[in-house]
Design a protein around this ligand. Sequence first.
Ligand code: SF4
Length: 332
Amino acid sequence: MDIFYPDYYPRFRCIADACPDSCCHGWAVTVDEDSARYYRTLPGELGDILRSHLIEEDGETILSLTADGRCPMWAQDGLCRLQCEHGEQALCQVCKEFPRLRHDYGSFAELGLELSCPEAAKLILSAENQAFLCKSVAGGDEPDYDTDAMTILLRSREQVLDFLTEQTLSVGEALAVVLLYGYAVQSELDGGDRAVLSPEDMLKTARSLARAGSAAEVLEFYRDLEILTPQWSAMLAAPKGSAWREAHRAMARYMIARYWLQAVSDYDLIGRAKLTVLSCLVVKLLGGNILRTAQLYSKEIENDADNIDAILDGAYTSPALADIRLLELLLQ
Ligand code: SF4
Protein backbone atom coordinates (compact mmCIF):
# COMPACT_ATOMS: atom_id res chain seq x y z
CA MET A 1 0.00 0.00 0.00
CA ASP A 2 1.34 3.44 -0.92
CA ILE A 3 1.25 6.21 1.67
CA PHE A 4 1.70 9.77 0.40
CA TYR A 5 2.75 12.71 2.54
CA PRO A 6 3.95 16.29 2.04
CA ASP A 7 7.73 16.69 2.14
CA TYR A 8 7.50 18.86 5.29
CA TYR A 9 5.51 16.20 7.19
CA PRO A 10 8.50 14.40 8.78
CA ARG A 11 9.93 17.73 10.01
CA PHE A 12 7.05 18.39 12.42
CA ARG A 13 7.93 18.44 16.13
CA CYS A 14 5.52 19.42 18.92
CA ILE A 15 7.01 22.22 21.02
CA ALA A 16 4.71 21.45 23.99
CA ASP A 17 5.16 24.04 26.76
CA ALA A 18 6.65 26.58 24.30
CA CYS A 19 3.53 26.49 22.11
CA PRO A 20 1.82 29.90 21.71
CA ASP A 21 -1.64 28.36 21.26
CA SER A 22 -1.61 24.87 22.65
CA CYS A 23 -4.13 22.38 21.25
CA CYS A 24 -5.17 22.02 24.92
CA HIS A 25 -6.62 25.54 24.83
CA GLY A 26 -10.13 26.37 23.62
CA TRP A 27 -10.83 22.97 22.09
CA ALA A 28 -13.24 20.47 23.68
CA VAL A 29 -11.98 17.17 22.28
CA THR A 30 -14.24 14.32 21.15
CA VAL A 31 -13.09 11.23 23.05
CA ASP A 32 -13.16 7.81 21.33
CA GLU A 33 -15.13 5.03 23.02
CA ASP A 34 -12.13 3.00 24.29
CA SER A 35 -10.54 6.06 25.90
CA ALA A 36 -13.86 7.19 27.41
CA ARG A 37 -14.26 3.73 28.97
CA TYR A 38 -10.72 3.91 30.37
CA TYR A 39 -11.22 7.44 31.77
CA ARG A 40 -14.41 6.38 33.54
CA THR A 41 -12.49 3.74 35.48
CA LEU A 42 -9.22 5.63 36.06
CA PRO A 43 -8.65 5.77 39.85
CA GLY A 44 -7.46 8.77 41.87
CA GLU A 45 -7.75 12.52 41.60
CA LEU A 46 -6.94 12.60 37.87
CA GLY A 47 -9.75 10.12 37.18
CA ASP A 48 -12.16 12.25 39.25
CA ILE A 49 -11.24 15.38 37.27
CA LEU A 50 -11.62 13.56 33.97
CA ARG A 51 -15.02 12.14 34.91
CA SER A 52 -16.31 15.52 36.00
CA HIS A 53 -15.47 16.91 32.53
CA LEU A 54 -16.78 14.06 30.36
CA ILE A 55 -20.11 14.99 28.81
CA GLU A 56 -22.37 13.26 26.28
CA GLU A 57 -23.41 15.31 23.27
CA ASP A 58 -25.18 14.05 20.13
CA GLY A 59 -24.10 10.47 20.88
CA GLU A 60 -20.44 11.46 21.36
CA THR A 61 -18.31 11.79 24.48
CA ILE A 62 -16.69 15.21 24.81
CA LEU A 63 -13.96 16.28 27.24
CA SER A 64 -15.32 19.68 28.25
CA LEU A 65 -13.06 22.62 29.12
CA THR A 66 -12.37 24.36 32.42
CA ALA A 67 -13.81 27.83 33.16
CA ASP A 68 -10.67 29.44 31.66
CA GLY A 69 -11.13 27.53 28.42
CA ARG A 70 -8.38 24.94 28.87
CA CYS A 71 -8.31 21.16 28.81
CA PRO A 72 -8.75 19.92 32.42
CA MET A 73 -5.54 17.88 31.97
CA TRP A 74 -3.43 20.94 31.10
CA ALA A 75 -0.79 21.75 33.73
CA GLN A 76 0.79 25.17 34.43
CA ASP A 77 4.02 24.06 32.71
CA GLY A 78 2.00 23.50 29.51
CA LEU A 79 2.35 19.73 29.67
CA CYS A 80 -0.47 17.18 29.76
CA ARG A 81 -1.02 15.68 33.23
CA LEU A 82 -2.55 12.54 31.78
CA GLN A 83 0.45 11.90 29.55
CA CYS A 84 2.94 12.74 32.32
CA GLU A 85 1.33 10.41 34.87
CA HIS A 86 0.04 7.57 32.68
CA GLY A 87 2.09 7.72 29.48
CA GLU A 88 1.16 8.42 25.87
CA GLN A 89 -1.04 5.33 25.66
CA ALA A 90 -3.49 7.03 28.06
CA LEU A 91 -4.23 9.77 25.52
CA CYS A 92 -7.44 9.57 23.49
CA GLN A 93 -7.14 9.04 19.74
CA VAL A 94 -7.50 12.74 18.81
CA CYS A 95 -4.73 13.83 21.23
CA LYS A 96 -2.44 10.97 20.18
CA GLU A 97 -2.71 11.92 16.51
CA PHE A 98 -3.03 15.70 16.53
CA PRO A 99 -1.89 17.51 14.42
CA ARG A 100 -1.29 14.55 12.11
CA LEU A 101 -4.04 13.73 9.63
CA ARG A 102 -4.62 10.50 7.77
CA HIS A 103 -7.08 9.94 4.93
CA ASP A 104 -7.42 6.26 4.19
CA TYR A 105 -8.79 5.32 0.79
CA GLY A 106 -8.33 1.56 1.13
CA SER A 107 -5.80 1.06 -1.64
CA PHE A 108 -3.71 4.09 -0.65
CA ALA A 109 -3.54 6.65 2.15
CA GLU A 110 -2.50 10.28 2.50
CA LEU A 111 -0.96 11.94 5.54
CA GLY A 112 -0.88 15.62 6.40
CA LEU A 113 -0.60 18.14 9.20
CA GLU A 114 -3.33 20.40 10.56
CA LEU A 115 -3.00 24.13 10.08
CA SER A 116 -4.57 24.67 13.50
CA CYS A 117 -1.28 23.70 15.21
CA PRO A 118 1.09 26.72 15.25
CA GLU A 119 4.19 24.61 14.56
CA ALA A 120 2.50 22.79 11.70
CA ALA A 121 1.23 26.14 10.38
CA LYS A 122 4.85 27.37 10.10
CA LEU A 123 5.73 24.39 7.91
CA ILE A 124 2.53 24.56 5.82
CA LEU A 125 2.59 28.30 5.13
CA SER A 126 6.29 28.42 4.25
CA ALA A 127 6.17 25.44 1.85
CA GLU A 128 7.01 26.49 -1.72
CA ASN A 129 5.01 23.70 -3.30
CA GLN A 130 2.88 20.72 -2.35
CA ALA A 131 5.31 17.94 -3.20
CA PHE A 132 4.10 14.52 -2.10
CA LEU A 133 6.61 11.88 -1.05
CA CYS A 134 5.62 8.22 -0.99
CA LYS A 135 6.45 5.23 1.14
CA SER A 136 5.19 1.71 0.50
CA VAL A 137 4.06 -0.44 3.40
CA ALA A 138 2.64 -3.93 3.63
CA GLY A 139 -1.13 -4.30 3.64
CA GLY A 140 -3.90 -2.26 2.09
CA ASP A 141 -7.32 -3.18 0.76
CA GLU A 142 -9.27 -3.00 -2.42
CA PRO A 143 -10.19 0.57 -3.42
CA ASP A 144 -13.26 1.60 -1.41
CA TYR A 145 -14.15 4.45 -3.77
CA ASP A 146 -15.46 5.10 -7.25
CA THR A 147 -12.24 4.51 -9.24
CA ASP A 148 -13.34 6.62 -12.23
CA ALA A 149 -14.11 9.59 -9.97
CA MET A 150 -10.82 9.13 -8.11
CA THR A 151 -8.88 9.10 -11.39
CA ILE A 152 -10.47 12.44 -12.33
CA LEU A 153 -9.84 13.90 -8.88
CA LEU A 154 -6.19 12.80 -8.69
CA ARG A 155 -5.42 14.14 -12.16
CA SER A 156 -7.27 17.42 -11.61
CA ARG A 157 -5.70 17.95 -8.18
CA GLU A 158 -2.26 17.79 -9.73
CA GLN A 159 -3.38 20.29 -12.35
CA VAL A 160 -4.96 22.70 -9.87
CA LEU A 161 -1.84 22.58 -7.69
CA ASP A 162 0.16 23.55 -10.79
CA PHE A 163 -2.20 26.48 -11.43
CA LEU A 164 -1.65 27.58 -7.85
CA THR A 165 2.11 27.35 -8.11
CA GLU A 166 2.13 29.20 -11.47
CA GLN A 167 4.01 32.37 -10.56
CA THR A 168 2.62 34.33 -13.54
CA LEU A 169 -0.73 34.48 -11.72
CA SER A 170 -1.10 36.69 -8.65
CA VAL A 171 -2.49 34.89 -5.59
CA GLY A 172 -5.99 36.34 -6.09
CA GLU A 173 -5.94 35.43 -9.80
CA ALA A 174 -4.78 31.90 -9.04
CA LEU A 175 -7.66 31.48 -6.54
CA ALA A 176 -10.17 32.76 -9.12
CA VAL A 177 -8.80 30.12 -11.53
CA VAL A 178 -9.17 27.44 -8.82
CA LEU A 179 -12.85 28.33 -8.45
CA LEU A 180 -13.59 28.17 -12.19
CA TYR A 181 -11.55 25.02 -12.63
CA GLY A 182 -13.60 23.44 -9.80
CA TYR A 183 -16.71 23.93 -11.97
CA ALA A 184 -15.03 22.36 -15.00
CA VAL A 185 -13.97 19.28 -13.02
CA GLN A 186 -17.38 19.06 -11.35
CA SER A 187 -18.95 18.79 -14.79
CA GLU A 188 -16.55 15.95 -15.64
CA LEU A 189 -17.43 14.20 -12.36
CA ASP A 190 -21.09 14.57 -13.29
CA GLY A 191 -20.49 12.71 -16.54
CA GLY A 192 -19.54 15.58 -18.88
CA ASP A 193 -16.51 15.71 -21.16
CA ARG A 194 -13.08 16.62 -19.90
CA ALA A 195 -12.50 20.32 -20.47
CA VAL A 196 -8.96 21.42 -21.25
CA LEU A 197 -8.80 25.01 -20.05
CA SER A 198 -5.89 27.39 -19.87
CA PRO A 199 -5.47 29.55 -16.75
CA GLU A 200 -5.47 32.63 -19.02
CA ASP A 201 -8.91 31.77 -20.47
CA MET A 202 -10.33 30.99 -17.03
CA LEU A 203 -8.97 34.27 -15.70
CA LYS A 204 -10.59 36.17 -18.58
CA THR A 205 -13.93 34.49 -17.76
CA ALA A 206 -13.48 35.22 -14.06
CA ARG A 207 -12.92 38.93 -14.78
CA SER A 208 -16.02 39.10 -16.96
CA LEU A 209 -18.18 37.45 -14.29
CA ALA A 210 -16.89 39.30 -11.18
CA ARG A 211 -19.22 41.81 -9.55
CA ALA A 212 -20.71 43.19 -6.31
CA GLY A 213 -18.44 41.45 -3.79
CA SER A 214 -18.92 42.41 -0.15
CA ALA A 215 -16.20 41.66 2.38
CA ALA A 216 -18.54 42.79 5.18
CA GLU A 217 -21.18 40.22 4.19
CA VAL A 218 -18.62 37.40 3.93
CA LEU A 219 -17.41 38.20 7.46
CA GLU A 220 -21.03 38.43 8.65
CA PHE A 221 -21.51 34.86 7.38
CA TYR A 222 -18.51 33.79 9.52
CA ARG A 223 -19.86 35.64 12.57
CA ASP A 224 -22.97 33.45 12.35
CA LEU A 225 -20.93 30.22 12.54
CA GLU A 226 -19.98 28.52 15.82
CA ILE A 227 -17.25 30.50 17.59
CA LEU A 228 -14.82 28.82 19.94
CA THR A 229 -12.54 31.53 21.27
CA PRO A 230 -12.87 35.22 22.19
CA GLN A 231 -9.76 35.90 20.06
CA TRP A 232 -11.62 34.76 16.95
CA SER A 233 -14.65 36.86 17.87
CA ALA A 234 -12.42 39.91 18.28
CA MET A 235 -10.71 39.27 14.95
CA LEU A 236 -14.04 39.00 13.12
CA ALA A 237 -15.29 42.17 14.83
CA ALA A 238 -12.27 44.28 13.80
CA PRO A 239 -10.77 42.97 10.55
CA LYS A 240 -7.45 44.59 9.66
CA GLY A 241 -7.18 43.44 6.04
CA SER A 242 -3.95 42.66 4.20
CA ALA A 243 -2.53 42.30 0.71
CA TRP A 244 -2.31 38.87 -0.90
CA ARG A 245 0.87 37.10 0.14
CA GLU A 246 2.64 33.91 -0.85
CA ALA A 247 1.53 32.36 2.45
CA HIS A 248 -2.10 32.61 1.21
CA ARG A 249 -1.04 30.65 -1.86
CA ALA A 250 0.59 28.03 0.37
CA MET A 251 -2.61 27.86 2.45
CA ALA A 252 -4.62 27.22 -0.73
CA ARG A 253 -2.26 24.36 -1.70
CA TYR A 254 -2.71 22.86 1.78
CA MET A 255 -6.50 23.02 1.47
CA ILE A 256 -6.52 21.53 -2.02
CA ALA A 257 -4.27 18.71 -0.81
CA ARG A 258 -6.56 18.10 2.15
CA TYR A 259 -10.05 18.43 0.65
CA TRP A 260 -10.00 17.93 -3.15
CA LEU A 261 -10.05 14.11 -3.07
CA GLN A 262 -12.78 14.08 -0.43
CA ALA A 263 -15.25 14.87 -3.24
CA VAL A 264 -15.02 11.15 -4.03
CA SER A 265 -17.38 10.55 -1.09
CA ASP A 266 -20.24 12.84 -2.20
CA TYR A 267 -19.23 14.21 -5.63
CA ASP A 268 -19.33 17.79 -4.33
CA LEU A 269 -16.15 19.31 -5.71
CA ILE A 270 -17.52 22.83 -6.10
CA GLY A 271 -18.11 22.99 -2.34
CA ARG A 272 -14.45 22.03 -1.70
CA ALA A 273 -13.14 24.51 -4.29
CA LYS A 274 -15.19 27.27 -2.68
CA LEU A 275 -14.11 26.24 0.81
CA THR A 276 -10.50 26.65 -0.37
CA VAL A 277 -10.84 30.09 -1.97
CA LEU A 278 -13.14 31.39 0.74
CA SER A 279 -10.77 30.30 3.53
CA CYS A 280 -7.81 32.09 1.94
CA LEU A 281 -9.99 35.15 1.27
CA VAL A 282 -11.20 35.36 4.87
CA VAL A 283 -7.64 35.06 6.22
CA LYS A 284 -6.68 37.94 3.88
CA LEU A 285 -9.68 40.05 4.93
CA LEU A 286 -8.86 39.55 8.61
CA GLY A 287 -5.21 40.45 8.14
CA GLY A 288 -2.87 40.65 11.14
CA ASN A 289 -0.06 38.14 11.54
CA ILE A 290 -0.89 35.64 8.80
CA LEU A 291 0.57 32.70 10.73
CA ARG A 292 -1.66 33.45 13.70
CA THR A 293 -4.76 34.34 11.63
CA ALA A 294 -4.55 31.21 9.45
CA GLN A 295 -3.87 28.97 12.47
CA LEU A 296 -6.81 30.39 14.39
CA TYR A 297 -9.02 30.16 11.29
CA SER A 298 -8.20 26.47 11.06
CA LYS A 299 -8.83 25.89 14.76
CA GLU A 300 -12.24 27.58 14.55
CA ILE A 301 -13.37 26.31 11.17
CA GLU A 302 -11.52 23.16 10.16
CA ASN A 303 -11.68 21.57 13.60
CA ASP A 304 -15.44 22.08 13.82
CA ALA A 305 -17.37 19.73 11.54
CA ASP A 306 -20.53 21.84 11.92
CA ASN A 307 -18.72 24.90 10.63
CA ILE A 308 -17.29 23.02 7.65
CA ASP A 309 -20.78 21.68 6.83
CA ALA A 310 -22.26 25.18 7.13
CA ILE A 311 -19.69 26.51 4.63
CA LEU A 312 -20.24 23.62 2.20
CA ASP A 313 -24.00 24.38 2.37
CA GLY A 314 -23.48 28.15 2.25
CA ALA A 315 -21.39 27.72 -0.89
CA TYR A 316 -24.68 27.02 -2.68
CA THR A 317 -27.21 28.98 -0.63
CA SER A 318 -25.62 32.11 0.86
CA PRO A 319 -25.91 35.25 -1.33
CA ALA A 320 -22.70 36.59 0.29
CA LEU A 321 -20.80 33.55 -1.05
CA ALA A 322 -22.17 33.71 -4.61
CA ASP A 323 -19.43 32.97 -7.16
CA ILE A 324 -19.56 36.30 -8.95
CA ARG A 325 -19.22 38.15 -5.64
CA LEU A 326 -16.31 36.00 -4.44
CA LEU A 327 -14.58 36.46 -7.79
CA GLU A 328 -14.70 40.22 -7.40
CA LEU A 329 -13.19 40.05 -3.92
CA LEU A 330 -10.45 37.71 -5.16
CA LEU A 331 -9.54 39.94 -8.09
CA GLN A 332 -9.59 43.31 -6.28
S1 SF4 B 1 -0.73 22.86 19.01
FE1 SF4 B 1 0.93 21.68 18.01
S2 SF4 B 1 2.89 22.46 18.85
FE2 SF4 B 1 1.19 23.20 20.15
S3 SF4 B 1 1.07 21.70 21.83
FE3 SF4 B 1 -0.43 21.05 20.26
S4 SF4 B 1 0.71 19.62 18.88
FE4 SF4 B 1 2.24 20.74 20.13
